[in-house]
Write a protein that binds this ligand. Structure first.
Ligand SMILES: NC(=O)c1ccc[n+]([C@@H]2O[C@H](COP(=O)([O-])OP(=O)(O)OC[C@H]3O[C@@H](n4cnc5c(N)ncnc54)[C@H](OP(=O)(O)O)[C@@H]3O)[C@@H](O)[C@H]2O)c1
Length: 325
C-alpha cells in the first residue's frame, strides 16, 4: 500500500509518500481501507518531535480515519467487514489502509458522509469532552474558546451552544478567522494577537469574566485567560500551540473557587479507550441530525500531505483539512 512516512523529526521535507507494508490486524484490531483521513495539529507536533504521544521515526502519522472495514482480527465481535466506520488510530491514518483497535472503531450512520466521519474524531470528541466531563458546562453559562476558527475551535463553538451556553466568545488570529468563527455561531470573536483580549472579555461579561475557557494555546494566552475567568470558573488546558506553557500560582484559585483542568485525548486513547465510546456516540448523533457541521476547508491527496500540514502549521487553516488516498 501507499503511505506517508515521517522519515525523521523536522519540517515537511521529512514527509515521504512511498510504498509501505500492508498492516495486518492483530487480536482485537480491525483493518480499515481509508476513505479519508484528517490533519490534526498533533500530527505536526509529532513530525517535529514535540507530541507527547508521538512515535519515533520512521512512522506513519495521522490520528483520525474514516473508511470501510476489510478484515477483523481474532476476538473482534462488534465490528464486521463491509461496515462504514471511523476510528482513532494510534499512529498511521495517512495511509491507504490502517489497523485500528476495535474498541476505538465506531460504526458511522448512513447520514454521515466519510468527510465528516474523518474530520470529527479527535476534534469533535475533544470539544465534547472538554465542555461536558472536564469543565461541566451548565446551561446559561458563558464560554471562551481560544483558536476558535480551528478544528477543535469550530466544533467547540457549535457544541457550547448545543449544550446551552448563553454566550460563546472566540479568540482568533485574524479578521478572516473572526468572520468564520461568527459564521459557526460565536457570539463574539476577538483577535487575540493584540494581547489584551481579557479586557474585551471582561467588557463583554459586565466585568465578571467567563465561566468556562478552553485553552489550547497556553503561554501568555493562558495567563491573560486567568484575568477573565469568573469566580467558580473552569479553564481546561489541552494544548500548547503557542509553544510555551502558561504559569499560575495557586493563590489565584482557592479564594475564587476556580479550577485549572487538563485533558488529553491521547492519554484516554491509550489508558481509558472505553471512555470515548459515549462522546463518540453523542457527536455522531449531532452530525446525523445536522446539529453539528464539520467545517472542511481543504482537501488534499495523501501524496500532498506536506502541503496539507503546512496550511495548518502556518495558521492559514480554518476548520479541518482532509487527506484522501
Ligand atoms: N489535548 C487533546 O486531547 C487535544 C485534542 C485535539 C487538539 N488539541 C490541541 O488543540 C489545538 C487545536 O488543534 P486542531 O487540530 O484543531 O488545530 P487548529 O486549531 O485547526 O490549528 C491550530 C491553531 O492554533 C492557533 N495557534 C496559536 N498559536 C499558534 C502558533 N504559534 N502556531 C500555530 N498555531 C497557533 C492557530 O489559530 P489562530 O491563528 O486563530 O491563533 C491555529 O490555527 C492544538 O493546540 C492541539 O494540539 C489537543
Amino acid at each position: 500500500m501507499k503511505a506517508v512516512i515521517v522519515k525523521g523529526f523536522g519540517g515537511i521535507d521529512m514527509l515521504s509518500y512511498e510504498e509501505s507494508p500492508m498492516p495486518n490486524p492483530g487480536p482485537d484490531e480491525v483493518l480499515i481501507q481509508t476513505a479519508a483521513a484528517s490533519v490534526n495539529f498533533a500530527d505536526i507536533m509529532a513530525r517535529q518531535g514535540r507530541y507527547h504521544g508521538g512515535g519515533q521515526p520512521p512512522f506513519i502519522p495521522g490520528l483520525d480515519v474514516a473508511g470501510t472495514v476489510v478484515k477483523v482480527g481474532e476476538g473482534v465481535q462488534n465490528i464486521k467487514p463491509g461496515q462504514r466506520v471511523a476510528g482513532f488510530v494510534h499512529a498511521g491514518s495517512y495511509a491507504e489502509y490502517c489497523a485500528v483497535k476495535a474498541v476505538l472503531t465506531y460504526p458511522v450512520p448512513d447520514a454521515v458522509d466519510f468527510d465528516s466521519a474523518a474530520a470529527f474524531p479527535t476534534v469533535g470528541v475533544t470539544a465534547y469532552e472538554l465542555l461536558t466531563r472536564v469543565t461541566q458546562l451548565r446551561p446559561g453559562e458563558s464560554v471562551l474558546v481560544h483558536a476558535a476558527a480551528g478544528g477543535v475551535g469550530l466544533a467547540a463553538v457549535q457544541m457550547a451552544h448545543l449544550l446551552g451556553a448563553k454566550t460563546v466568545i472566540g479568540t482568533v488570529g485574524s479578521a478572516e478567522k473572526a468572520r468564520v468563527a461568527v459564521s459557526y455561531g460565536a457570539d463574539y470573536a476577538i483577535d487575540y494577537q493584540s494581547g489584551d483580549f481579557a479586557d474585551k472579555v471582561l467588557e463583554l461579561t459586565g466585568g465578571n469574566g467567563v465561566d468556562v475557557i478552553l485553552d489550547s494555546v497556553s503561554g501568555q494566552v493562558f495567563q491573560e485567560s486567568m484575568r477573565c475567568l469568573a469566580r467558580f470558573g473552569r479553564i481546561a488546558v489541552f494544548g500548547m500551540a503557542g509553544g510555551q506553557p502558561g504559569q499560575f500560582t495557586t493563590d489565584g484559585l482557592h479564594g475564587s473557587c476556580r479550577s485549572v483542568l487538563g485533558y488529553s485525548m491521547g492519554t484516554h486513547r491509550r489508558f481509558r479507550p472505553e471512555v470515548l465510546a459515549e462522546p463518540v456516540r453523542k457527536v455522531l448523533e449531532y452530525l446525523e441530525h445536522g446539529q453539528l457541521r464539520m467545517a472542511i476547508q481543504a482537501r488534499f491527496s495523501l501524496k500532498d500531505a506536506g502541503l496539507a500540514q503546512e496550511l495548518v502549521e502556518n495558521r492559514r487553516s480554518t476548520g479541518k483539512v482532509l487527506l484522501f488516498p
